[in-house]
Design a protein. Sequence first.
Length: 310
Amino acid sequence: MNIPSSLLLLLLAELALDSALIHHLADTSLMHTLLLALLAMLALRMLTMTFIWGFSRLYASPAAPLGLMRWLHMLLHEYLAYVFTFSLLLPFEKLWMRADRLRPCRSVVLLVHGYGCSRGVWWKIRRELEAAGHVVATLSLTPPLASIDMLATQLNQRIREVCAATGAPSVHLVGHSMGGLVSRAYLKRHGADRVTQLITLASPHRGSELARLGMGENARQMQPHSPWLGALGETLPAIAAISVRTSHDNFVTPQDRQRLNGAVDIEMPATGHLALLYTRQTSALLCQLLAGKISPASTDDGAEHRHRLA
């Protein structure tokens, strides 16, 4: 079963269970029961995010300090992004995400989602990239807990389909979180002939401690110092590569593990892992990168080229 269907079933089951329990304990009206059940769901998600943020602080990399108000703003945005993504956007993906609008062109942007998600997470970014004139393609990687190498095979097939449908000789790969590793696994296996540029967003290039709590083969592969990461290495083909690093990330910890040798390092502070997908700053940055306005320069020597966004 795919991620949207699974999340919808879990959401309905949770709502039904909470409603039955509340009605049994409080004997409230149907309207009040549903309202309390929704509040209970929101509270559970707040507890989940509180745990994740607390866990991330145990392994936090050094980063520029944030004032109290900026911290609270970041935490609120990440909580809202978490609720929106897993309680509204992905369970009801068919209502939000139409099929990709591919047309003849010379350049295509292919968006690759992360762990536990589907193509629906690109809803806002895809819309804004299309408004800027880009042809944008997406894919949903299944099964969601499969090995990253298996998912890279699906990416290879999607790249071939997109190039055939548009006539474009290659694509710009943009990967969020695990999607960056899927993209790198594709490049290692199939080369860069069909890829113009690689942009990763908050990807655990050197693993994440939180992956130790995840399920599936891909979660084990994303653990720090895993044999899979060791085999992947950090050697990139001779293409433009940019790693956008969220230096206060709550899922990829320590946050410095988002660095990728030989790639331009762009630090985006005060941004949560999921909120990154919905902030206008990300869309604007991607438009700049796709237009070549932030140049990778030469990274053949493996030197790190750094940019820090406000």
